[in-house]
Design a protein around this ligand. Sequence first.
Ligand SMILES: [Zn+2]
Length: 268
Amino acid sequence: MAEHIDVVLSFDVDAETLWEARDPDSATKPVWLSQGRYGPTVGLPRIMRLLSEHDIPASFFVPGVVIERYPAEIGMIVEAGFDIGHHSHTHTWAQNLGKEQEREEFERAYRVIEEFTGRAPRGYRSPAAEFTPNTLDLMVEFGFEYSSNFFDGDSPYLLGDTDILEFPFSWHLDDAPFFLYSNKLPGRVMSAPSDVLETWTLEFDQLRQEPARCLVVAMHPQVIGRPSRMWVLQKFVEHVLAASDARFTTFGALTDELRPRLLAERAK
Ligand SMILES: [Zn+2]
């Protein structure tokens, strides 16, 4: 397809791990953790229904322990035919881990996904929006094909001198900075759903006017999955579907399509 814009809806199904990573005493705080439980149990089914109604694909990143805790819910993603990317095992921020611990975390999550889905994960998104000096080496060693972590582009590119395709995004294309709130997270305020819809549709409309375009939206079922916020996703999907030069796709499909060409171009 010539001159078109690709849109990838990506979902980090963090469940309780999002909160556990922010407070080591989480196990004693059932209400705190219940914020995360909403993701796989209520938000995710709602998202899967929306994707199914519009017959559009999406990409998912799921921590290993979330697969272990919610096999039925995460199984919906696999049944729908969508890939599950690597998002660490426990969502612990790797900066807080030693080199060996980071490796153990990484390998454990890799094995859980491999066993659960029957295939190795192809993509990685860091749980902490950051790499340690060892993260990229681990991705290369385990044969990862794509990454969605960095904030330095509007189109996929090869990550450093690796064969890994990076799908950059940015905080304004993430639901958490607008919506993630807790009385225990200082300084947080919530945006109106209309603010978020305006931001995402404007980004799409502006980027659409440029060549080589790929818009990545990063969401969390526990955040976007609330009814008033699902309105944002629904309206955004309708806006994209109304554009004749746009298509929803996945990181995996785009990797198959773009990576061989980018690797060949680099080899010249
Ligand atoms: Zn996450």
